[in-house]
Ligand binder design. Structure first.
Ligand code: ATP
Ligand code: AH0
Length: 402
């Protein structure tokens, strides 16, 4: 037997697997690394996050990624070079993460690498009938496996598309396995660059579970913070937005997009929620100049209202009552006090943080990929039913170190 297959076979049989989950999201802030100890699989999954760190992207890395990020037209060679370079950079980040903690690579069973999303194009966005939903994450897994010496799973989203999904959100798999709790109605709300939520009703019935993106989370706030204040990468603690007032006309025009009337579940990215999107809404509102505080207040309100409305409309025609739901927040938006304050005003739910369930909100997406790798290597069949864009498939391609 090939020794890699034999190693994988042994990993699959272990009581507890040490899996590094990696996430580098749409905010381009850095690489989240979570070293998880995972036992069981499916609804019997138990996770302990032994170590977590976000290794910030340098300005150089951000500049190189932004050359292709969420753009329709790019220098194609640059994309090809980036695919290799990001794989190498991520491997180096993992090696330094392990070295800092005196952990040897052979103490780690698997790496689960999301890669860097450079373009997300569901059919709704590309509108070309003959082409399927599409998405691209780069930073090749082979580089990570070879440079770290650890078996690596990567490119998780393609199988989701092959099986009928949009390639996202994948959060539901981790949320259902880890946080689905009989007797408690939960909504797991992640506010990253893009926001999404998983609906986990108290029945704990997979058929009633669903997941969807809601629209922009922080992506527009970050972009325009940088435009007005090049030295800042985000509106820390909403310090700027809190000094402004919401421009109602601009807000109405921001909300006037077909994405918001699309059926659930749906996915989206910064390809739609871009500088051009806001400029078009400003033009439609006949606004020539707007102060940074007023624009950031309006953009923060835009995120809050679209998140709240997505949650409200997705349950409106059902027997579920939002009053009976606890919302567990995660992602960087949890640290934005204005966004959270408005969400609390807009929704009748109880608000909590995923940290209270034992997983830090900053680590949650990296942990998700470790769980997906655990399922692929050691999981048994699970079934989310036949609807709502949650195909019951294992995900991730396997790269061996040699
Ligand atoms: N103290 C804070 N005040 C306001 N906003 C904050 C604060 N801390 C983090 N954020 C926001 O959170 C963002 C990072 O969020 P996160 O790391 O969850 O995004 P991501 O994982 O890149 O995105 P996605 O989940 O869409 O892929 C920052 O860019 C910033 O907008
Ligand atoms: C294509 C892509 O990278 N999508 C991300 C992004 O960031 C948040 C939201 O948009 C979500 O749909 C997804 O990530 C998480 C991890 C998910 O798949 O659940």
């Amino acid at each position: 037997m090939n020794k890699n297959i034999s190693a994988l076979y042994q990993i699959a049989q272990k009581e507890t697997r040490k899996i590094i989950g990696l996430m580098s999201g749409t905010s381009l802030d850095g690489l989240d690394i979570a070293l998880c100890e995972i036992s069981g699989s499916g609804q019997n999954t138990a996770v302990k996050v032994a170590h977590f760190e976000t290794i910030d992207y340098s300005e150089e890395i951000k500049i190189e990624i932004r050359k292709v990020f969420a753009k329709k037209e790019i220098d194609f060679q640059h994309l090809v070079l980036l695919n290799e370079w990001i794989g190498i950079l991520h491997a180096e980040m993992i090696n330094s993460f392990l070295k800092k903690r005196n952990i040897l690579s052979d103490e780690v069973d698997l790496i689960a690498s999301h890669g860097q999303t450079v373009l997300h194009a569901p059919k709704f966005l590309h509108q070309q009938e003959k082409f399927p939903n599409a998405t691209l994450q780069i930073g090749d897994g082979d580089h990570i496996a070879v440079k770290t010496g650890i078996i690596t799973l990567s490119d998780f989203r393609q199988k989701h598309i092959a099986a009928g999904g949009e390639g996202a959100p994948l959060a539901v798999y981790g949320d259902y396995f880890l946080f689905g709790k009989k007797g408690e109605n939960r909504i797991m709300l992640n506010m990253g660059g893009i926001a999404n939520f998983t609906f986990l009703p108290a029945s704990s019935n997979a058929e009633e579970t669903f997941v969807t993106d809601t629209g922009t989370g922080n992506t527009l706030i970050d972009f325009f913070t940088k435009q007005y204040y090049p030295e800042k990468s985000y509106d820390k603690d909403a310090e700027i937005a809190q000094q402004g007032t919401v421009n109602q006309l601009l807000l109405d025009n921001l909300k006037d997009n077909a994405f918001f009337s699309q059926e659930f579940p749906k996915t989206i990215g910064p390809e739609l929620f871009s500088e051009a999107y806001v400029k078009a809404a400003l033009a439609k509102s006949a606004i020539e100049t707007i102060s940074a505080p007023n624009l950031l207040a309006t953009l923060t309100r835009f995120s809050a209202e679209t998140i709240a409305e997505a949650i409200y409309y997705s349950v409106k025609d059902s027997a579920f009552k939002l009053e009976n739901f606890k919302i567990y927040m995660s992602g960087g938006g949890t640290h934005n006090p204005l966004l959270v304050k408005w969400l609390k005003e807009l929704l009748p739910c109880t608000f909590r943080k995923t940290d209270e369930l034992g997983i830090s909100g900053d680590a949650k997406e990296a942990v998700l990929f470790a769980i997906l790798a655990n399922e692929t290597v050691a999981g048994e069949d699970f079934n989310f039913g036949s609807h709502k864009g949650i195909p019951s498939v294992t995900m991730g391609k396997i790269s061996f170190p040699n």
